[in-house]
Design a protein around this ligand. Structure first.
Ligand code: G3P
Length: 188
């Protein structure tokens, strides 16, 4: 099982890496803004720093574009920054198309903002390397985030998809514990 850290804070990433148990990093535009990193070039330089700290681990870098052409172009640029970059793309119709295109070019992707089993299956069919179901956000609206993790893990095993289940929007230790029991591939 992999542990990623969901932050753009270099000190937090360095500390997690120092324990020898860090397998990767997930970020998003809000986490970048929280660190005061703004603008295309600054964000890309920050990704390069994160990749240096993480070494072999995967680093999810999210596209800012929301249309198909924009996401594909940005995905290619982000992937070219470092071999460890995984392009994070939202689970929208254009996002699914972009994941398919980037997969055909051997660019790895993380399909984010996944809130249902059917969304996860679409992302896997498009070739996503990871799917990111938002556990805490589902709990927030009286749904069961962990039940979704269980359903996706079962579904991918049954239909033999290699796509990894990356449990995101993790809020507390009980979420981590239950993701381990459910067989999630990653918690962030
Ligand atoms: O990995 C997704 C995460 O950044 C969202 O977490 O706690 O804001 O729902 P949260």
């Amino acid at each position: 099982m992999k542990f990623f850290i969901d932050t753009a804070n270099l000190k937090e990433i360095e500390e997690a890496a120092s324990y020898g148990i860090l397998d990767g990093v997930t970020t998003n535009p809000s986490l970048m803004a929280k660190e005061g990193i703004k603008g295309r070039d600054a964000i890309r330089n920050h990704y390069k720093h994160i990749c240096e700290i993480v070494g072999k681990g995967d680093v999810s870098a999210e596209v800012l574009a929301t249309d198909y052409n924009g996401m594909v172009a940005e995905g290619r640029e982000l992937a070219a920054l470092n071999g460890n970059i995984v392009v994070k793309i939202p689970c929208t119709p254009d996002g699914i198309r972009a994941i398919h295109t980037l997969t055909e070019e051997n660019i790895r992707t993380n399909c984010t903002l996944v809130f249902s089993l059917t969304q996860a299956l679409l992302a896997a069919k498009a070739g996503a390397t990871y799917v990111s179901p938002f556990v805490g956000r589902l709990d927030d609206i009286s749904e069961d985030g962990i039940a979704l993790i269980e359903d996706i893990v079962d579904c991918f095993a049954r239909y033999c998809y290699a796509t990894e289940v990356l449990a995101a929007s993790i809020r507390h230790p009980q979420h981590v514990y239950r993701c381990i029991k459910a067989g999630a591939d990653v918690v962030t």
